[in-house]
Design a protein around this ligand. Structure first.
Ligand code: ADP
Length: 608
């Protein structure tokens, strides 16, 4: 990393960093060697991906004037007044959560990346408890766990640590190293472009024609340079991965923008999705990178709704907050509404400025996924550049070639394994490659040694979920049959596998029927007191609240139930249409080969 010295505002074109100088927490090479030696003796703290992003941006000065994770006074002042105790406007807490702070006071600890690389040494000066209600309310404007950050906050440790930082090594990024530019590097390149005014564009989505038009117009309006500054740290769960997005940005900047006045840099920021406060924070961060304008669209940094379908922020709240403080932070908002396409004029315009009666076209992000990518349909060229359409099509195969996890839940002996085995055969016949993860079978290898306490059963379910998510991610089909009695754990595995590629199947067989079947004799053992905490006898089963498919097993045969699941998958596009037609013509040969293939699966699940 290039070291950066204090910037003299007199000599430079660009807006000076927030607070006057860029913070640089990276130590000189000689001190680094000494500290690395000392670190071997120190307790280690492994950072979450989010905390690592925060640490990196502290280290390179993107959060100037901050030099450390906040102490309690700073934290409370930011929550309540959006200001640091010295009055500097700062809207988002930058804090380091830990589960267990016992014995850490006054200690030095080494901070390590999630993969255990030594990043920094921290001299702990303060440990304090998080404000569990105040923080989400003030930062996100809600305590509802429907908000992605609020839900995540519930999983953070109870304490925050603060203290001085010495950074030995910035986190190593092997992907797109040429685009990983520090504030000093970005400033340097922008200075060379020779424009005083710089407008930054923040994004965590692919850029289509609307965003291209928007950024070009904003650049023209400020009469300066454009900094395309996508976030590649932590974004909203479910966002398109940054590898795909960066391919799109790179291609666009190379082919469709003026290289003399446009710069692409990747920002390893951990987004909070906190709407208005987020916008203000992004503006301050972009000022540290040399921008004095930030493009702010409708619903900035939050398109999420709560469970009643209401948005968390009003569409222009971010506009308003940034406008109110723009003079103080030295960053002007470039305010824009959504752009839509007017086909008769072959141009884009803000929705608020559409000529009367003009026909307009737009495609939402959900439509991109469901109506185009999932169906293998190429996105139209009025909507996105053909190269972008091709990149997205390559990363997101149509749904019939995407992975899927079918998760059967129900009481012991409800019929999960029986239905799952038939389902495996039917899906193999439809050309899908199947992995079966049966709760009982998994206990003989992957989860060997785990018992039946709530904790152990949850661990078993999460292990199955982890493997299932990997299989689905690699476009495989995985059928999981596990009692999985708790809603929260089922929700976790759904999130792991990905909402869109997960089917929760509830095998709803009455407890007395299951006990009567008692396939493995567990109910009898539980009744005899030989098995403790057995689901359905002396441990609860929480029926799923919103299963995708519910099956009953008294009047429906296992085969009928398996076919119901196939129907559900077909409706969602997970079955290849051509193969489906071929197999519904029903040649004996094809179903025969399906059966054989399914039987050949047995060594598969034994060997996982
Ligand atoms: P689980 O995997 O849920 O513990 P199993 O599939 O191992 O349950 O056992 C279910 C038992 O119930 C099997 O012996 C199966 O033959 C029987 N059974 C009877 N009717 C049905 C049905 N309609 N669906 C599934 N299983 C059924």
């Amino acid at each position: 990393m290039q070291k950066h010295k204090r910037i003299d505002p007199e000599l430079k074109l660009l807006v000076p960093p927030y607070g006057g100088a860029l913070v640089d927490l990276v130590v000189e090479p000689q001190e680094r060697a000494e500290l690395a030696q000392q670190a071997t003796e120190l307790a280690s703290l492994q950072l979450s991906p989010r905390s690592l992003c925060d640490l990196e941006l502290l280290a390179v000065g993107a959060f100037s004037p901050l030099r450390r994770f906040m102490n309690r006074a700073e934290y409370l002042s930011v929550l309540e007044h959006m200001r640091l105790p010295d009055g500097t406007l700062w809207p988002i807490p930058i804090t380091l959560p830990v589960d267990n702070a016992a014995g850490l006071t006054g200690k030095r600890v080494s901070l390590r990346s999630p993969s255990n690389h030594l990043i920094a040494i921290m001299e702990i000066e303060e440990i304090f408890e998080r404000e569990l209600e105040l923080e989400p309310q003030m930062v996100c404007g809600t305590c509802s766990e429907d908000h992605s950050l609020v839900a995540e906050m519930r999983t953070w440790g109870k304490y925050y640590l603060s203290g001085s930082l010495k950074v030995l090594e910035l986190p190593q990024h092997y992907d797109f190293p040429e685009l990983r530019l520090t504030p000093a590097q970005v400033r340097d390149r922008l200075e060379h472009m020779g424009n005083r005014d710089v407008v930054a564009f923040q994004t965590h989505k692919p850029m289509h024609r609307a965003q291209e038009v928007l950024t070009k117009r904003a650049k023209e309006a400020v009469g300066g340079s454009l900094l395309v500054h996508p976030v590649v740290g932590v974004t909203r769960p479910g966002d398109i991965d940054h590898f795909t997005r960066v391919q799109v940005y790179k291609m666009l900047i190379d082919r469709y923008y003026d290289s003399n006045s446009t710069l692409l840099g990747l920002l390893p920021l951990a987004m909070r999705m906190a709407g208005p406060r987020e916008a203000l924070w992004h503006a301050i961060v972009r000022r540290n990178f040399g921008a004095n304008h930030l493009i702010v669209g409708r619903d900035y940094a939050s398109r999420d709704n709560n469970s009643q379908g209401q948005p968390f922020y009003s569409p222009y709240e971010a506009h308003e907050l940034l406008s109110r403080y723009s003079r103080e932070i030295g960053v002007q908002p470039a305010l824009y509404d959504d752009l839509v396409y007017i086909p008769t004029e072959d141009r884009y315009e803000q929705v608020t400025r559409i000529p009367e009666k003009a026909k307009t076209l737009s495609i939402s992000a959900t439509q991109v996924r469901n109506d185009y990518l999932a169906k293998g349909k190429l996105l139209p060229s009025w909507f996105t550049r053909p190269e972008t359409a091709a990149i997205l099509a390559k990363t997101f195969p149509p749904r019939c070639r995407q992975g899927v996890c079918i998760w059967l839940t129900g009481l012991p002996s409800s019929g999960k394994s029986t239905i799952a085995e038939i389902l495996a055969i039917l899906l193999t016949e439809h050309g899908r490659r199947i992995t079966m993860l049966d709760g009982d079978v998994v206990r003989t290898h992957l989860s060997k040694g785990l018992g039946f306490t709530r904790e152990d059963r949850d661990v078993n379910v999460r292990r199955i979920g982890f493997v299932a998510a990997e299989i689905a991610r690699h476009n495989g089909t995985v059928i999981c049959a596990a009692v999985s009695p708790f809603n929260s754990t089922r929700n976790q595995v759904r999130a792991m596998a990905g909402e869109e590629n997960f089917a929760l199947v509830y095998v709803n067989t009455a407890p007395e029927v299951c006990e009567h079947r008692d396939v493995k004799g567990f109910y009898a053992k539980a009744r005899a007191g030989e098995l403790k905490g057995f689901t359905g006898v002396d441990d609860p089963y929480e029926p799923p609240q919103n299963p995708d498919v519910t099956l009953e097993t008294i009047h429906s045969t296992p085969e009928q139930n398996a076919r119901k699941i196939v129907d559900w998958l077909r409706q969602r596009g997970f079955i290849e249409p051509a193969l489906e037609e071929a197999s519904s013509n029903g040649s004996a040969g094809s179903s025969q080969s399906g059966v054989e293939l399914a039987y050949s699966l047995r060594p598969w699940y034994a060997s996982i």
